[in-house]
Design a protein around this ligand. Structure first.
Ligand code: NA7
Length: 546
């Protein structure tokens, strides 16, 4: 009898399947969480849906996938030896390089032996009598644990568009998140991409290089800015290695954990010439500087935001030859930076190519997917390949997909129906011993930087409990109310929170996610850490410990 069969047969977990801590997810945060829990000498198991390491960088292998953080600010900082050994090949590493890196980390620290692949967690139920969690995998295998740690990322529940007929298409089709491991050829093919978010912008730019014909279906254009990627030469890598302490210090000090910090000046404090010169410089520089290193008020002051939007609109008009096409590509319903800014490497020029077309689905809505292609209100387009770059049920979506139940069987999904309620983005009242790495209402940003902190904080709490024989840690109702209120107040006045996007929890393809909510802490990472550090320094007295 296999382990799975045995578990199903018994209908309960056996002693061999009991752990001190179970971590869900073997991505950037799950790997580090495993490393840290092992340091405490705990018996740990990581469950991972995929067949390999990497989370986001395991799944999203579509053409052009890469991160928009500088590579050297994206790697783990916890191991000087790792920093010494690893050479980044590109300023902004593509997916294969990042996947290689994470596999290197897993091998170096011998992490694989505690990771169970092909293991999607379907349910997690808390038992008050034992103060433990019962975990059930999709295939029925069952396990038990004192602490349940979610390291399931913020963008890991992909969503397909709600368009009739998707399943009837006879050609190849794929959501970018589920891109196959085998290479996909585009030469001579008629390809459709639905969506124009950060993912689509990367994929379109790459696919347009070889596709026979590419048609982009756009609902909302986004404000994209140049990435300026380049190879990192050996000499440059040596310099980077010598400056890791400074690089991480800058990240620590910046609101989004990037190496780009807001300029202390306000947009209107400088002359028009100075402003233009500053923006030209930012537009010509690599990375998120134009978003994260701009004048301090571009994301709070409407007049300032209108000026930077006009600057970027001018750039788009310069780069796209057909003025009517340029206008379609310029967002009209939100200002620059009020949604996540996709970074691009020749995206706008793609629309100057004869093999690329744009369908504005506000003018001619998609009616259905047909066996041959896509039918809009005025034409039927035939395709060999349809690519859905339609995004994710962000931040809470990956929680919603697991049946998580706390005290008295209360479902987390129900508890969060009107928006997440957490303590520090880590704990939930009524769900003892559930700890979320990078959970809702935590500070987002350059992911590994924020995740390392989150893992360290979670580990600190478990160490504290472990050392004192505490077997139950829970947020208090007051603590959650205070934190939720603080997160809401901190989000006031931010233009970003007035716009529909995954960052405000809107996904028109998911029932119940049509209205904006405050999903993340927006007071900046230094302030976030101050809050969390203070709670730890006060011996976690703000929690209910037993
Ligand atoms: P995004 O940024 O959520 O983009 C999804 C795109 O798909 C966006 O352009 C959507 O248009 C479009 N979309 C979604 N549903 C539909 C339907 N039904 N019809 C047409 N178009 C649709 O996801 P990404 O994967 O690009 O990026 C997510 C994050 O991952 C990114 O910010 C990085 O941090 C990494 P809409 O804007 O909703 O009109």
């Amino acid at each position: 009898m296999s382990v799975a069969q045995a578990a199903r047969h018994n209908g309960k977990a056996d002693a061999a399947a009991e752990f001190d801590a179970i971590v869900i997810g073997a991505g950037v945060s799950g790997l580090y969480q495993l490393y840290k829990l092992r340091e405490l000498g705990l018996k740990v198991r990581v469950f991972e849906t995929g067949t390999g390491i990497g989370g986001t960088w395991y799944w999203n292998r579509y053409p052009g996938a890469r991160f928009d953080s500088e590579s050297y600010s994206y790697g783990y900082s916890f191991s000087p030896e790792l920093l010494e050994e690893w050479n980044w090949a590109e300023r902004f590493a593509p997916q294969p390089e990042t996947e290689r890196y994470l596999n290197y980390v897993a091998d170096k620290f011998d992490l694989r032996r505690d990771i169970q692949f092909n293991s999607r967690v379907a349910a997690a139920h808390y038992q008050e009598e034992t103060r433990r969690w019962n975990i059930t995998l999709e295939d029925g295998r069952r396990y038990g644990t004192r602490f349940l740690i979610t390291a399931i990322g913020v963008l890991s529940a992909p969503t397909m568009p709600r368009i009739p007929g998707v399943e009837t298409f006879r050609g190849q089709s794929c959501h970018t998140h589920y891109w196959p491991k085998e290479p996909v050829e585009f030469a001579g093919k008629r390809v459709a991409v639905i969506g124009t978010g950060a993912t689509a912008i990367q994929a379109i730019t790459e696919i347009a290089k070889t596709a026979g014909h590419l048609t982009v279906f756009q609902r909302t254009p986004n404000w994209a800015a140049p990435l300026h990627n380049a190879k990192i030469a050996d000499e440059e890598m040596r310099e980077i290695r010598g400056s890791y302490p400074e690089i991480f210090a800058i990240c620590n000090d910046s609101p989004g954990c990037f190496i780009h910090k807001p300029d202390p000046r306000a947009t209107h404090e400088v002359t028009q010439e100075e402003r233009e010169a500053f923006w030209e410089k930012l537009y010509a520089e690599p990375g998120f500087g134009i978003w994260q290193g701009n004048f301090r008020d571009i994301l709070t002051d409407r007049a300032a935001n209108a000026l930077i939007s006009e600057f970027v609109a001018r750039k788009i008009r310069q780069r796209v030859k057909d003025p009517a096409m340029a206008e379609k590509l310029i967002p009209k319903n939100h200002g620059f930076g009020t949604r996540r800014v996709p970074l691009e490497s020749g995206y706008y020029e793609v629309y100057n190519q004869p093999n690329v077309g744009l369908v504005d689905i506000n003018e001619t809505p998609i009616e259905r997917v047909t066996p041959k292609g896509i039918k809009t209100s005025d034409a039927e387009y035939e395709f060999d390949l349809i690519i859905y770059a339609t995004g994710f049920d962000a931040i809470t979506g990956s929680f919603d997909r697991i049946d998580i139940r706390g005290i008295d069987g209360v479902a987390l999904k129900d508890k969060w129906q009107n928006g997440p309620q957490t303590y520090l983005g880590v704990l939930v009242e009524g769900f003892p011993n559930l700890l979320m790495v990078m959970g809702p209402h935590a500070g987002l940003g350059n992911f590994p930087r924020a995740a390392e902190y989150s893992v360290d904080w979670v580990t600190g709490l478990i160490r504290f409990a472990h050392d004192r024989g505490v077997t139950r840690v829970e947020a208090t109702a007051t603590g959650v109310a205070e934190w939720t209120e603080h997160v809401l107040v901190t989000g006031e006045g931010l233009l970003m929170n007035e716009i529909d996007s995954w960052m405000t929890g809107v996904n028109r393809n998911v029932e119940g996610k049509q209205t904006r909510k405050i999903m993340r802490y927006s007071g900046g990472h230094p302030a976030f850490r101050e809050h969390c550090d203070a709670v730890a320094a006060d011996a976690y007295r703000k929690l209910a410990l037993a």
